[in-house]
Design a protein around this ligand. Structure first.
Ligand code: 2NL
Length: 360
């Protein structure tokens, strides 16, 4: 090939090698093969040559053109690979790094509301004792909320000033905002064959509003049904639960005879504390903490379970109340006020998992 073409090819190849990105490479392509490029100029100049020279020269220029096109393509592929490598390096993420720790209750981190935290603890604690979690509707029928539970027609709990009723549908009975989570246990007994072992945490509603009562609050109830479940199971379960929940291994627990329409016999459960200091576990005073009893045979029958074959126990407690006692929270109202100062103080970090016996 003619020396001038060799020199031109060397120049263009050097320019290509020096092109460090796709834009620079395209400039090299235009300078060689573009409308006024050097190789294009040579092709245009062929017409001025005598015919025999033109053929030989034309073949050489076309070979050069082909070589340059292939070299451009090769360099383009290389530069694209470089560009991808550079991007991957720049956007590198180390997925094995631990998360950056924001302050536990800063706005960025979010935090677990004390009610949610207690619910999680209840689910974990009772879960470890073999209880499943059941849920049901907040808006209930009168039968599931009252009648099935052996609560008589004229019981004060059913009155308008104690319970929120919704407007009745045409020709129907008025729905009620559930006043306890018990209707969920009724639904569980109706839909599942015993043996049954469930807890039911959830929202409940009563027409009550003062410093110690909120119209919306939370409850957890438990239900155990088996062929030979007796009061010993009730006592063992609740003593173990209370000692684990409050993190006090020798917490005094007392069972005191009481009355509920849905249990027979019924017992209120008290824990030891000091009325003077508020400290749990010592001080010689008693604090009522939950209600319990053996499920009334009429309630079992109402829920489709034969009381001659099956028996069991149930219990219920207020989630706000046990949360206040456990964490020394003095007032009920801030639970529902979303005040960040209160939440920073009492809410839990999502990054510090609760334990089954967290005494803090
Ligand atoms: C309390 C008392 C209690 C129950 C709830 C219950 C549910 C069914 C059948 C029988 Cl379906 N009993 N629940 C039993 C005893 C006490 O709660 O003081 N709660 C805050």
């Amino acid at each position: 090939m003619a020396d001038d073409l060799d020199m031109l090819r060397a120049d263009i190849e050097a320019a290509m090698a020096g092109a460090e990105d796709l834009r620079a490479l395209d400039a090299v392509r235009v300078a060689a093969l573009g409308k006024s490029g050097q190789v294009t100029a040579l092709l245009k100049g062929l017409g001025a040559l005598p015919p025999d020279e033109r053929r030989a020269r034309g073949a050489e220029v076309n070979v050069l053109k082909g070589e340059i096109e292939r070299a451009l393509e090769h360099r383009r592929v290389t530069l694209e690979a470089f560009a991808l490598d550079a991007r991957l390096a720049a956007e590198r993420l180390d997925v094995s790094l631990p998360p950056r720790l924001a302050a536990p209750t800063s706005p960025e981190a979010g935090s677990i509301h004390p009610i949610s935290r207690t619910m999680e603890e209840l689910i974990a604690l009772f879960g470890a004792m073999g209880f499943a979690v059941a849920e049901g509707p907040d808006i209930e029928g009168d039968w599931h909320n009252f009648s099935a539970l052996n609560i008589p027609e004229h019981h004060p709990a059913r009155q308008d000033h104690d319970t929120f009723y919704l407007t009745a549908p045409e020709g129907g009975r008025r729905p009620v905002l559930r006043t306890h989570t018990s209707p969920v246990q009724i639904r569980t007994m109706l839909s599942q064959e015993p043996p049954i072992r469930v807890i039911v945490p959830g929202r409940t509603w009563r027409a009550d509003h003062d410093a110690t009562h909120s119209p919306m609050f939370h409850q957890v109830e438990g239900l155990v049904i088996g062929r030979d479940i007796h009061m010993g199971h009730l006592k063992g379960t609740l003593v173990d639960f209370l000692r684990a929940f409050f993190g006090i291994a020798d917490l005094p627990v007392r069972f005191r005879a009481s009355y509920f329409p849905f249990t027979e016999p019924s017992m209120e459960v008290d824990i030891g504390w000091s009325r003077k200091t508020g400290e749990l576990g010592q001080g010689g005073d008693w604090l009522e903490i939950l209600g319990s009893g053996m499920v009334h045979p009429k309630v079992l029958a109402n829920a489709g379970i034969d009381p001659r074959v099956w028996q069991g126990f149930a219990f219920g407690m207020g989630i706000e109340r046990i949360t206040m006692l456990k964490h020394g929270i003095p007032d009920l109202r801030p639970f529902y006020e979303a005040d960040l100062r209160w939440l920073r103080h009492y809410a839990a970090s999502p990054l510090s998992p609760f334990t089954l016996h967290d005494a803090s």
